[in-house]
Design a protein around this ligand. Structure first.
Ligand code: ADP
Ligand code: MG
Length: 766
């Protein structure tokens, strides 16, 4: 086969092809090729684990493809390999095609939401897990597919766990179908026993030793000592962290004081696994920036050659850190440093740069999210900086509150991050937290299905006609709590996506066609129906990207004032629409960048909104909800009351009442009682809100419950647009709303409600 590979190369590409083949052969997976193929031919399910970078994703699908093509009946094979992220599906397919000396769309293709390249001869398709699930919507038996490879199962994403249940059900009906599960090192036994003792193949890996530094060691390099002190206070003895200068008499460095401040802010004592929760108050990024700059500079000036990989919490920190580093004399000098970023939403052209070699003498520094932990391997990394946190969605089932918070990573993740440094030669890893914090990390991260809301998943189960939601989910690898399942079902009933027998309503069916959170899908649908599409598209896209309104720590007041200029009529969502429209106008005069800069807006978010708007518009077209005539779709787009009503339609039951008192107002929700507004909400700057209700996009529990992005609405809007407005269930809907209103026992509201209800009843009867 190796020789055959060479023959597909054109004459000019021959040398390239040889080199590539040599590279492929050097990967640990290559040595296991025969064992892997044999296992697959003898078992319906095979689990393959191996160190990141050993060649699972790029090689194993190719082994299968090559052996199938070689075999007599081979032409019929059709392999699907799923990836948890779009960016990996795209980049891996491109890589595999180029390893084979082909164009993308010949033998190898990809498909992600709204995008894809494949041809008639495509036999190996890389796609997101979501795409495969959607395919199963129309083709339950995956007819024609010979192999399904589910990659990165160790991440335990919701879609992957869901897919495994569906595939497990399918296997007996398709005995010739092969299922291959691949992952970085993990507890493969869990998967094996789920699939009735499927064989596990381990690809032996090799990494060079990595020297590990924790915060205390790093500080020592700066001349400070981080120590745990016994402090006697009123409550007895307590342990506290302190930094001290070893050479006395010098002023405290910026680094030492910011570390101390961060430790103090977090009430940073000695930690045991039992006190893990309190670790969440420590924000490593506030110490991180100075420390990271110091370390990077030190590496550039004093260390041997080799790329640096910096693990940051999320995209926003990456941006801020990049800005900071760009103004540094060494780190910001492109002749000395090639500064790159790596995260899930980057364009694939941008991603390719990560694999490039830097110019002579320059050092490559990549600022990455946890995407670089296992799914993307940067070959020449020798130094790793690890901030210890990752943004993770979690879900508090008891309070039915989703949270997107930076959380501490698991021990396994920290080891993965460290391992990135030892791929090509001995490396160094700097963990920006003390060793005792590491000791308190959980062993593994909780699977997503156990920590996030299940609404979209429930809709999917229904649209795939998989029977009772709770029965289905009880068959998962690890089943979610009953309470979380019930909350999701209740929510879907309240918003009118499921009827009282848990069947999909018409609205529910439309929602499954839109790969969006149900609330955003609802808004889009109504925006389309009411010919009010433009502003609603902006709102929905704005809620799907990183908050476009920036609030830098040190310029919070200015930023909030800038946002309030866009405020119209007590709505963050309308402020967003206005900010976006202003940016579009500015773009016409090529002044978009200045506009964003002046108004504390993120240009990346604006651009992302722009792209998403087009994507969502095509989704609506595909679902048959709009035609191409944008003028018709926007006949009512300037009607602010309508926009507000549609926002309410989407966000309900995200509802809080506005309780006025003499000078200001307070907010209450049914589940949480008193809640607060995020300080960057335009409504937080108001002393009075002349509306009785706020609908909100998201509530997040930190120390109190905070509402993010809210829009004020009137009684009548709530009554008409809150919940489902499907004709069949107006009565049930009114009862529920009535319950909500009466809960707050505001006599005048109850009265308004009664009179509106009477009007509505009359309306229905006529
Ligand atoms: P695994 O899935 O086991 O983590 P991969 O198959 O993704 O490993 O990668 C195998 C090797 O191929 C790695 O050394 C990686 O650096 C290299 N590689 C993968 N994609 C690219 C690419 N787009 N450009 C250059 N090298 C790549
Ligand atoms: Mg991989």
């Amino acid at each position: 086969m190796a020789e055959k590979f060479a023959t597909v190369q054109s004459a000019t590409g021959l040398a390239e092809g040889r080199k590539m083949l040599e590279f492929r052969k050097s990967l640990p997976a290559y040595k296991e090729k025969d064992a892997i193929l044999t296992a697959i031919s003898q078992n319906q399910v095979v689990i393959i684990s191996g160190e990141t970078g050993c060649g699972k994703t790029t090689q194993i699908p190719q082994f299968i493809l090559e052996s199938e093509i070689e075999s007599v009946q081979g032409a019929g094979c059709s392999i699907i390999c799923t990836q948890p992220r779009r960016i990996s599906a795209m980049s891996v397919s491109e890589r595999v095609a180029s390893e084979r000396g082909e164009q993308l769309g010949e033998c190898v293709g990809y498909k992600v939401r709204l995008e894809g390249i494949r041809g008639r001869d495509t036999r190996l398709l890389f796609c997101t897990t979501g795409i495969l699930l959607r395919r199963m919507l129309v083709d339950r038996n995956l007819r024609g597919i010979t192999h399904v490879i589910v990659d990165e199962i160790h991440e335990r994403g919701m879609n992957e766990d869901f897919l495994l249940i569906v595939l497990k059900d399918l296997l007996p009906h398709r005995p010739e179908l092969r299922l291959i599960l691949m992952s970085a090192t993990l507890d493969a036994e869990l998967f094996s026993s789920y699939f009735g003792g499927a064989p596990i193949l381990r690809i032996p890996g090799f990494t060079y030793p990595v020297q590990t530094h924790f915060l205390e060691n790093i500080l020592e390099m700066t001349g400070y000592k981080l120590t745990l002190h016994n402090q006697i206070d009123d409550y007895g003895q307590e342990k506290v962290w302190r930094t001290s200068k070893q050479a006395p008499g010098k002023r405290k460095s910026q680094i030492a004081s910011s570390v101390e401040e961060a430790l103090r802010a977090a009430d940073f004592k000695e930690y045991s696994p039992q006190t893990r929760e309190s670790l969440s108050c420590w924000n490593p990024d506030c110490i991180g920036f100075n420390l990271i700059e110091y370390l990077l500079c030190n590496i550039c000036e004093n260390e041997r050659p080799g790329a640096v990989l910096v693990f940051m919490t999320g995209w926003d920190d990456i941006c801020s850190l990049k800005d900071k580093l760009l103004s540094h004399p060494i780190l910001g000098d492109p002749s000395q440093v090639l500064l790159l970023t790596c995260h899930g939403s980057m364009a694939s052209s941008e991603q390719r740069l990560i694999f490039d070699e830097p110019n002579d003498g320059a050092r490559k520094i990549v600022l990455a999210t946890n995407i670089a932990e296992t799914s993307i391997t940067i070959n020449d990394v020798v130094f790793v900086l690890d901030c210890g946190k990752a943004k993770e969605t979690s879900y508090d089932a008891l309070n039915n509150t989703p949270c997107l918070l930076p959380s501490w990573i698991s021990k396994v993740s920290a080891q993965q991050r460290r391992g990135r440094a030892g791929r090509v030669q001995p490396g160094e890893c700097y963990h920006l937290y003390p060793r005792c914090v590491y000791e308190a990390f959980a062993e593994y991260q909780l699977p997503e299905i156990l920590r996030t809301p299940l609404q979209s998943l429930c809709l999917q189960i229904k649209s795939l006609k998989l029977g009772s939601i709770s029965e289905f989910l009880s068959r998962a690898l690890q089943s979610p709590e009953l309470l979380a399942v019930q909350n999701a079902i209740d929510y879907l009933k309240i918003i009118g996506a499921l009827d009282k027998n848990e069947n999909l309503t018409v609205l529910g069916q439309y929602l499954t066609m839109l790969p969006l959170e149900p609330k955003l899908g609802k808004m889009l649908i109504l925006g389309a129906i009411f010919n009010c599409l433009d502003p609603i598209l902006t709102v929905v896209c704005g809620l799907s990207v990183r908050d476009p309104f920036l609030t830098p720590m040190d310029k919070r007041d200015l930023a909030e004032a800038a946002k309030s200029q866009f405020s119209r009529d007590y709505s963050d969502h309308l402020a967003l629409v206005r900010a976006y429209e202003g940016w579009k106008d500015a773009e016409i005069d090529f002044a978009g960048y200045d506009y964003c800069w002046k108004n504390f807006l993120s240009i990346q978010s604006m651009k992302a909104i722009d792209t998403l708007r087009n994507e969502f518009f095509s989704l609506l077209k595909d679902a048959g909800l709009v035609d191409s005539n944008t003028a018709t779709c926007n006949a009512w787009s300037h009607e602010e009351h309508l926009i507000r009503a549609i926002i309410c339609y989407g966000l309900y039951p995200g509802l809080s009442s506005v309780v006025h008192n003499e000078k200001s107002f307070s907010l209450k929700t049914m589940e949480d009682g008193q809640v607060l507004l995020y300080s960057n909400s335009v409504n937080a700057r108001e002393s009075k809100i002349p509306y009785p209700w706020l609908v909100f996009n998201e509530k997040i529990k930190v120390n109190a419950v905070f509402l993010r992005d809210s829009t004020a609405i009137s009684d009548s809007v709530l009554l008409l647009f809150g919940g489902s407005i499907s004709k069949g269930d107006i009565d049930g809907h009114l009862k529920m709303l009535g319950g909500y209103l009466e809960f707050f026992m505001e006599p005048d509201i109850a009265e308004t409600y009664q009179s509106l209800r009477r009007e509505l009843d009359e309306l229905i009867q006529t």
